[in-house]
Design a protein around this ligand. Structure first.
Ligand SMILES: [Zn+2]
Ligand SMILES: [Zn+2]
Length: 102
């Protein structure tokens, strides 16, 4: 069976790219049954993202979000996405509030 070059559309950026006969052969030899969904440049970008090229987030499992403490106004980081209308406290104030509040 021979492969024919195909033109596919990238699901990320919408650009068309060529899925060459060689690549199709390579895909099949590796047991991949799906056609690539992304163009080569988007694939590269995804790979870079996965390996944490930005340097952060690879070792720390928890994602931290920047927030401003509602009590003292200090900048802090919280392990959840701060929501509007919900006060966020730094660890100091949070400790104070929870210990004195009850
Ligand atoms: Zn793309
Ligand atoms: Zn605070």
């Amino acid at each position: 069976m021979s492969f024919q070059e195909k033109t596919l559309q990238c699901s990320d950026c919408g650009a068309t790219f060529t899925f060459s006969a060689e690549e199709q052969e390579l895909f099949q030899s590796r047991g991949y049954t799906n056609e690539p969904k992304r163009c080569p440049s988007c694939r590269e970008a995804r790979k870079a993202e996965r390996y944490g090229s930005t340097g952060t987030g690879y070792r720390s499992r928890r994602q931290m979000f920047p927030a401003t403490c509602a009590e003292c106004g200090k900048e802090t980081k919280v392990p959840f996405q701060p929501r509007e209308g919900r006060p966020v406290y730094c660890s100091e104030c949070y400790g104070k509030l929870t210990s004195s509040g009850r």
